[in-house]
Write a protein that binds this ligand. Sequence first.
Ligand code: GLN
Length: 297
Amino acid sequence: MTLSQALKSMRTVIAEGHDTSSISLDARLIACFVMKVDTAQLLNRLNDSVTRVQEVLMLELAQQRAQGKPIAYIVGHKEFMGLDFFVDERVLIPRPDTECLVGEALDYIQQKTDVSQPFFIHDCCTGSGCIITALAFFCKSEWPRLHFSASDISQDALDVAARNLARLVPACEHILVKADLLQDVDVCRQTADGRATFDLICSNPPYLPQNQLDPGMPASYWGEPRIALDGGKDGLDLYRDLIPQAYKRLRNRGALFLEIGDQQENLIKVLLECTGFSDIVTKVDLTGNPRCLLALK
Ligand code: GLN
C-alpha cells in the first residue's frame, strides 16, 4: 500500500466517526506521527510504500480518532503559541483561547515592568505548563531578571509541565510546586516582613460549570481530566479562592491575569473589585469573546 492509499483509508475510517470537522488534517497528522516525518516531508512521499506495521498502526489510530480520542492525545503533542507542547491524558489540551492571556502577559512583562528589577512570575493551575513555558520562551532575553514558578494540585500535571519546560526552555531556571492554588507556595521573593510576594500571577483555572460536564464527560472533552475543567456549580469556585489568595501574595501594584469562561466576566470583575483589585481590564480572544481579565493590586 502507498502512503497516499493509507491516507485515503484513514480518511474513510475517520469519516465514520463523530467528529468529522478535520478528516484530512487528522489523517495527515496520524501519518506524520507514524512515519516520523513533518507535513512537508509527508507530502513528498505520497507514492512511497508503507510497511504492513505502519499501515496497521495508522488504521488503528484512525479508529481511535473515529471513536472520539482527540488528535493531540493520539500524536502526543499540540501546538500553542507556535510552540510544540507534549500532551497526554494527564493534562488539558492547550487551547488557542489561552493565547490571549499569554499575549497580554507578555506585553505587560515587556512594556510595563522595570528592566533593572527582579520580577517574580507564577502560573497557578499550570496543567501542561503551556502558559509558563510560553512566557519563558518569549522572554528569553530577560531571563536573568525573571523568576519563573508554577503550581498545580496534580502531580501528574506537574510531570507534564516539567517535561515541556525541559524540552522548550531547557536552560531556564524555574520552580514547580504541588499545591492547592497558592497555599504554601513560598517560592517567590521574601520581603523583610517575612511575606512571600509575586509581581505577576497568572492562571487558567478550571472554570466550567459542573452541569456542562454532567452526566459523564461530554464528547468534546474526551479523555481530558475533569479536575482541569470542573469549576463547581457555577464554574467560579476556584476564582473565589484564588482571587483573595493572589491579592495577599502579590506585591503592591502587582498584576493578576486570569483566563475566564463564557458569561463569567461581570461576576469575576465583582470578585476582583470586592477583594481590592483595581485597574481591571477585559481582553477578548480571537473569536471576540471576553477571555482574559487583567487586574492590579
Ligand atoms: N477553555 C476550556 C473549554 O472550554 C476550559 C478550560 C478551563 O476550564 N480552564 O473548553
